[in-house]
Design a binder for this molecule. Structure first.
Ligand SMILES: Cc1cc2nc3c(=O)[nH]c(=O)nc-3n(C[C@H](O)[C@H](O)[C@H](O)COP(=O)(O)O)c2cc1C
Length: 361
């Protein structure tokens, strides 16, 4: 319907990623709802309504927010989880709400590592480095702990599959555990999980291989990866390892260290972070689909990126928080309430975090 009702050829056209058909090029970026989950990490009716509303308005793929693979891997105590079987039931409801609207749905799996909330557990990571409190150091994980942690990701993926998700996304950016292994700033290991790009990617590539073995060939495995760490070329080397391990989709955002003037030098179309996705797309064209994200708050920006084949899909965060019908604004030129770019949605529990644009609807 969308394809024929607009003058844009590509943005409303389907794309098949692995075996999952996504009806258009718009994907909802993972965006935590800080006050929705309880401390048990279970899905609530607020989550179900939240995702249902976005699916009803036609977004092609939803990536459900960062979901903890262990209770210790949370940023806040009320953070959604998939660390135990009792949590599967609620996820089935999210999946149903999406699939009833022909929206594909994956879930982002995460452990916060060295930036975990100390009230949730010990801050562990690839190396002993400063945590969110510069004076407090994380504890370096032993090889045995690394393997146990990988198993937690795999078990969470198996639960995701049981809930009916089309696949999972590994959270490999924004400074969380997988990204901490990737970044030389936080990974000082001398063993097979540190050193060159292949070794620093190993924590994630082994998770990908194990998920593939347990969840099957049809299961979509995406990595939300750091597009620069500290350079784009190095980040691409890491992503090459993910693809070799059978990752089907690269969703590109930022990492920990950024020391690369080549991004600005190309005078990016929208912003530097979107440009990372564009650079990745140039490298991975005809290999795996690539998405970009950041600051895409107006329909013409989204259309430009897709229609000019700069990326395969576009991830939308705040635009869809402000107005679930933003996808229809892109696909059918309908009116919408624009995100004010005020960042109040990023505040944590107990702080003011109502989206003023959403309140206007
Ligand atoms: C309220 C909020 C929650 C977020 N939660 C997550 C998350 O769970 N996982 C993640 O990878 N990024 C998260 N992000 C980052 C977004 O996915 C996205 O990359 C960022 O907002 C930039 O895109 P935008 O300009 O379209 O919002 C969050 C951002 C916001 C504003």
């Amino acid at each position: 319907m969308h394809k024929n009702s607009t003058k844009w050829e590509l943005v409303g056209s389907p794309i098949t990623i692995n075996k999952t058909v996504i009806k258009n090029r718009l994907t909802m970026a993972p965006t935590v709802k800080f006050d929705y989950a309880g401390e048990d990490g279970k899905v609530t009716s607020k989550h179900i309504e939240h995702y249902k509303e976005r699916a009803e308005h036609g977004v092609g793929l939803i990536c459900v927010e960062a979901t903890a693979v262990t209770p210790s891997g949370r940023f806040w105590k009320n953070h959604m989880g998939l660390w135990e079987d009792e949590q599967i039931k609620g996820h089935k409801e999210i999946v149903k709400a999406c699939h009833d609207n022909e929206t594909a749905v994956i879930i982002q799996l995460n452990h916060t590592g060295i930036v975990s909330n100390p009230d949730c557990g010990e801050m562990i990571g690839p190396s002993a480095v400063p945590t969110r409190d510069e004076n407090v150091y994380s504890r370096e994980m032993s090889i045995e702990e690394i393997h146990e942690m990988q198993t937690k990701y795999v078990e969470a993926a198996i639960r995701a599959k049981e809930a009916g998700y089309d696949g999972i996304q590994l959270h490999g950016c924004h400074g969380y555990l997988i990204n901490q292994f990737i970044s030389k700033k936080t990974n000082h290991r001398k063993d097979e999980y540190g050193g060159d790009a292949k070794n620093r990617a190993r924590f994630a590539t082994e998770i990908i291989q194990k998920i593939r073995a347990k969840c099957g060939e049809d299961f979509l495995i995406s990595v939300r990866t750091a597009g620069v760490e500290p350079t784009v070329d190095e980040a691409i080397k890491i992503a090459d390892e993910y693809v070799k391990a059978s990752c089907n989709y690269l969703q590109v955002s930022t990492g920990i260290e950024w020391d690369d003037s080549s991004v600005k030098a190309r005078n990016p179309v929208y912003n530097d972070i979107c440009e990372l996705g564009v650079r990745f797309h140039e490298h991975f064209k005809d290999i795996v689909p690539v998405s970009c994200v950041n600051g895409l708050l107006a329909p013409d920006a989204v259309r430009y990126l897709i229609e000019n084949k700069l990326v395969d899909t576009v991830d939308l965060g705040r635009a869809l928080l402000a107005d679930p019908s933003f996808s229809e604004a892109v696909l059918e030129s309908k009116s919408f309430v624009k995100c004010y770019n005020c960042l109040r949605c990023q505040y944590g529990p107990g702080m003011p975090h109502k989206c003023p644009a959403a309140l206007k609807r």
